[in-house]
Design a protein around this ligand. Structure first.
Ligand code: FAD
Length: 494
């Protein structure tokens, strides 16, 4: 007879493990089925390993520029295997920590690939590691008709199976050296010449990272700027900053094919709309062009769970699928594909399963891109606010006018606030510059609590801090700038 649980969670990423822990804390018996390692893409192949490597890149750049800080350092040399070892050690430590947390909360963890047998029953199959790399990612799905290792029942089921990179579907997309972000983690050394296809967060982060490590990098982005989902002024500033650093950025271009040539690869690029075409030589072509939901290998039809045309699971704002006792959370729902969104959805789904009146609100979601300079934002862009009919007021404060940015040695970028001039309500904050990913937490809190420009301006900020940039932008939006010059005076906050 199958073991029955109050809640069965499929997938142990930041959505699934958080939902499992919260449901267990609320007194439910919980089983979590994970086919690879706890932590999902975020801990194993996403947020954490990239940030570990980006930190190595930051240290390298700082040592390279040590003399600017009055420090004489011997030549900065990259030890790439040591960067990888540090990264893998951090990942291992954190994923082991998640396993311990699940255990401490009484969650039963089953290693294997889950498939639905019916709306309450899940079969757990042994997983098959990718050939030659038992650490994955991308364990092959076991055959649907193969015998499962075990089957379990759930009174409630949470699907948190995440997403995988879109593989290139162009001529030459399967050549050796053509990879996605998953493959980038397996690079044995820093390639000499890299073409990154896609300039959104994942592509832009890898481009900056590999450039710092010494690669010659070209980014091909179909839209007119990098990070095109961001406020256009910020996106343009990042595009210019990449250019200034020596990263070649081909915006408004697309890759039409890749060919194997003597000594490497040749990437065919073409301007959107059939303009000029060209070739870029490369040793590695890294595609960061989007993600697809992991729904095909779940046998969702046996449970009656509906998906949209792209395969994403349809959910309501309580994360319920069209089968009332089955919830879905995280990347597989196709909302904002961010770890913190997956985790928040996990908390809400667990609460709803336990009878709480909870629902999710996607209007205030901070997001960060860990490039140099960093980009972070929350709420509406200026263009979006105008589209939604707000009487938009927007104001900026440059880091070049901020004392702390000078002491830090990073004066590139700005904070930009977007507000409604009729109500004074802050609608969005957009930051490019030092510490942007950390600075965005305070504006997110402000937006969650419907703060106005006046209430933010009345909040005392510590000095000298980078956070003063958001305060100063807010004061500017009120027409009361202290450290921004009305035209004739120069900007400066000591
Ligand atoms: P996942 O993390 O994808 O986890 C799903 C889990 O389900 C996996 O462990 C998988 O093995 C398992 N699984 C799948 N199918 C089955 C099955 N049938 N049976 C059993 N188990 C199964 N987000 C941020 O917020 N900040 C960042 O800085 C950031 N950086 C990123 C960098 C990169 C390179 C990438 C690729 C992504 C990044 N993301 C970042 C996005 C973030 O990783 C995802 O949004 C997040 O991991 C989604 O969580 P999830 O729980 O929905 O799914």
């Amino acid at each position: 007879m199958e073991q029955e649980y109050d809640v069965v969670v499929i997938g142990g990423g930041p959505g699934g493990y958080v939902a499992a822990i919260r449901a267990a804390q609320l007194g439910r018996s919980v089983a979590l089925v994970e086919k690879e390692r706890p932590g999902g893409v975020c801990l194993n192949w996403g947020c954490i390993p990239t940030k570990a490597m980006l930190r190595s890149a930051e240290v390298l750049e700082t040592v390279r520029h040590a003399e600017e800080y009055g420090v004489k350092a011997p030549e900065a040399l990259l030890d790439y295997p040591a960067v990888v070892a540090r990264r893998d050690g951090i990942v291992r430590g954190l994923t082991d920590g998640i396993a311990r947390l699940l255990d401490a909360n009484g969650v039963t963890v089953l290693t294997g690939h889950a498939r639905f047998l019916d709306a309450h029953t899940v079969a757990v199959h042994d997983t098959v590691p990718p050939p030659g790399d038992e650490n994955g990612p991308g364990y092959a799905a076991p055959p649907a008709d193969g015998p499962p290792r075990t089957t379990i029942k759930g009174r409630n089921i949470v699907i948190a199976t995440g997403s995988r990179p879109v593989a290139p579907r162009i001529d030459g997309g399967d050549l050796p050296g053509v990879i996605t972000s998953d493959g980038a983690f397996g690079l044995p050394e820093v390639p000499r010449r890299v073409v990154v296809v896609g300039g959104s967060a994942i592509g832009a982060e890898w481009a900056g990272l590999l450039h710092s490590f010494g690669a010659e990098v070209t980014v091909v982005e179909i839209m007119s700027t990098l990070v095109p989902a961001e406020d256009v002024e910020i996106a343009r500033m990042l595009t210019r900053a990449f250019d200034k650093r020596g990263i070649r950025v081909l915006t408004g271009h697309t890759v039409t094919g890749i060919r194997s040539v003597l000594g490497g690869l040749s990437v065919d690029v073409e301007a959107v709309g059939g303009g000029e075409a060209g070739e870029v030589p490369a040793d590695v072509v890294l595609f960061g062009i989007g993600r697809l939901p992991n729904t095909e290998e779940l046998d969702l039809d046996r449970a009656g769970v509906a998906v949209d045309v792209r395969g994403y699971i349809l959910v309501d704002d309580q994360l319920r699928t069209d089968v009332a006792h089955i919830h879905a959370i995280g990347d597989v729902t196709g909302r904002r594909q961010l770890a913190h969104v997956a985790s928040h959805q996990g908390l809400v789904a667990a609460g709803v399963i336990c009878g709480h009146e909870e629902s999710i609100d996607y209007s205030v979601i901070p997001a960060a891109t860990f490039t140099h300079p960093e980009v972070a934002s929350v709420g509406l862009t200026e263009a979006r606010a105008a589209d939604e009919g707000h009487a938009v007021v927007a104001a900026r404060f440059p880091f070049a006018a901020l004392g702390r940015a000078h002491t830090y040695g990073a004066t590139e970028g700005m904070a930009k606030v977007v507000a409604d001039s009729r109500t004074g309500r802050v609608l969005g904050m957009h930051i490019i510059g030092p510490g942007a990913s950390e600075l965005i937490a305070a504006p997110a809190l402000a937006l969650t609590h419907d703060a106005t420009l006046a209430s933010v301006a009345a909040t005392i900020h510590a000095h000298p801090t980078l956070g003063e940039a958001t305060l100063e932008a807010t004061m500017s939006a009120l027409g009361l700038p202290v450290h921004t010059a009305p035209r004739r005076r120069r900007s400066h906050r000591p």
